[in-house]
Design a protein around this ligand. Structure first.
Ligand code: TRP
Length: 353
C-alpha cells in the first residue's frame, strides 16, 4: 500500500517554519469526536489509513471529548461513547503499542494552548468558519465554545507539533486555521511550530450511502439500510448490500451514470485492496446480482474480525482505562514541553518547582 503525501515534508525532517527539525519520525496527529458507532465510510475512508501510518510515523490519536461538549451531550452517553470509540479504533487496527491513543481532557495543555492561540486569532476568522455557521444555524442558543472549536482543534495539532494531519474534506478549513495560527505564533514570537499539512485519504475510499449514492454514507441517515456499521452482524451486512440501490443497465463498471455500482466497486476495491479496473474485468458480463453477493462476502470477511474484536474489548473497561492511561502519559510528556516553551515565549513567569 502506498500513500500519497501532499508534499515532501514527510520524507525529510525539514519544515516550512524554520523550527528545529526533529531527528525522530515525523508526527501524525488526528482526532475524532466520541460519536459512538463507526460506519464503513469512517473505517475505509479514515481509520484504515491511520492504521497504515503507524510504522512510519509517531502517531497520536485523540478522542476529543472537549470538542464533543461544544454541542449539548448526555453525560452518560458521552462517557460510554468515549470507550466505544477507543474499542472500535483498536479493533480496526490502531495499535496502542505503536501509537498514543488518548482522551483530550486527560492531557493538560489542549485548552491552555487554545487560550494562547485564541489570543492571536481574529474573531472574524472564527465567525466565517463554514462549519460554525452550519452548526450555529441549527441551534437555538449559540455558546462561545462552538465558536472556539477550531482554535481548540489547532491546539490539538500544534501541541504535538504534528507534521501531518489526516482529515476529511469537511475539516480542511479548520486545518487552514491551524496553519495560520502556527505561522502567526512563529512570526509574533519565534519559530516554534511546524506548519501542519493535511493528509486527505485516497478518493477511492469515499464511501457513499447504499440507498442514495449521491450523498456520503452517514451515521445520521434516516434510512437504516443506507449505512453499514462495524458492529453489524454478517446477516445484516449481507442484507444491506443485497438491497443497495443500483443503476439502469446491467454492466459492472465505474461511471457517472452508475453511482450505485461505482460505490460498490469503491467498497470492494477498498476491502480487497484491488484496483477498480481489475474488478471491472473480473465482473464483466456477470450482472449486478452476482457482483453484490461477492461484495457482501468481501465486506463481511473484512469487518467480521473487527466486530468480534470490538465485542471482546468493550467488555473490558479496565483494559481500556489502561490504554487511555498509557496514551495520556505519553501525550502529556510532549504536551508539557510544548506548553512550557509557549508560555516562556509569550512572557509568562515560569512556575518555581
Ligand atoms: N474536528 C474534527 C472532526 O470533527 C475532530 C478533531 C478535533 C480533529 N481535533 C482535531 C481532527 C485535530 C484532526 C486534528 O472530525
Amino acid at each position: 500500500m502506498t500513500h500519497s503525501f501532499p508534499n515532501d515534508t514527510m520524507s525529510s525532517t525539514t519544515n516550512t517554519s524554520g523550527a528545529p527539525s526533529t531527528a525522530t519520525r515525523p508526527v501524525v496527529l488526528t482526532c475524532a469526536q466520541p460519536t459512538g458507532r463507526l460506519h464503513l465510510g469512517n473505517y475505509l475512508g479514515a481509520v484504515i489509513n491511520w492504521g497504515r501510518m503507524q510504522d512510519d510515523y509517531e502517531c497520536y490519536f485523540g478522542v476529543v471529548d472537549q470538542h464533543a461538549i461544544t454541542l449539548p451531550k448526555v453525560p452518560t452517553e458521552l462517557r460510554r461513547n468515549t470507550y466505544t470509540c477507543l474499542a472500535q479504533y483498536i479493533a480496526a487496527g490502531i495499535d496502542p503499542e505503536r501509537s498514543h491513543i488518548f482522551v483530550q481532557s486527560h492531557v493538560i495543555g489542549h485548552t491552555e494552548l487554545a487560550w494562547v492561540l485564541g489570543c492571536l486569532c481574529p474573531l472574524g476568522q472564527l465567525e466565517r468558519m463554514t462549519q460554525f455557521k452550519d452548526k450555529a444555524h441549527k441551534q437555538e442558543f449559540v455558546y462561545s465554545g462552538l465558536l472556539y472549536y477550531p482554535v481548540l482543534m489547532a491546539a490539538d495539532i500544534l501541541l504535538y507539533n504534528a507534521h501531518v494531519v489526516p482529515v476529511g474534506e469537511d475539516q480542511k478549513q479548520h486545518l487552514e486555521l491551524a496553519r495560520d495560527l502556527a505561522e502567526k505564533f512563529n512570526r509574533t514570537f519565534s519559530p516554534t511550530f511546524n506548519v501542519p499539512e493535511a493528509f486527505i485519504g485516497k478518493t477511492g475510499a469515499r464511501i457513499m450511502s447504499l440507498q442514495n449514492p449521491a450523498s456520503k454514507m452517514s451515521k445520521s441517515d434516516p434510512n437504516t439500510n443506507a449505512t453499514i456499521y462495524l458492529t453489524d452482524t454478517p446477516d445484516v451486512v449481507r442484507r444491506k448490500i443485497l438491497s443497495s440501490v443500483t443503476d439502469s443497465g446491467s454492466e459492472v463498471r465505474v461511471g457517472e451514470d452508475k453511482p450505485g455500482i461505482t460505490n460498490l466497486l469503491a467498497i470492494m476495491s477498498a476491502v480487497t485492496e484491488r484496483e477498480m479496473g481489475a474488478l471491472e474485468e473480473e465482473f464483466a458480463g456477470k450482472g449486478y446480482g452476482v457482483f453484490k453477493a461477492v461484495v457482501a462476502d468481501a465486506v463481511i470477511a473484512r469487518l467480521d474480525p473487527v466486530r468480534l474484536r470490538y465485542e471482546e474489548l468493550i467488555q473490558d473497561t479496565a483494559h481500556l482505562d489502561a490504554v487511555f492511561k498509557a496514551g495520556a502519559d505519553a501525550a502529556q510528556k510532549t504536551a508539557w514541553k510544548t506548553l512550557a516553551k509557549v508560555h516562556r515565549k509569550v512572557g509568562f513567569v515560569e512556575r518555581a518547582r
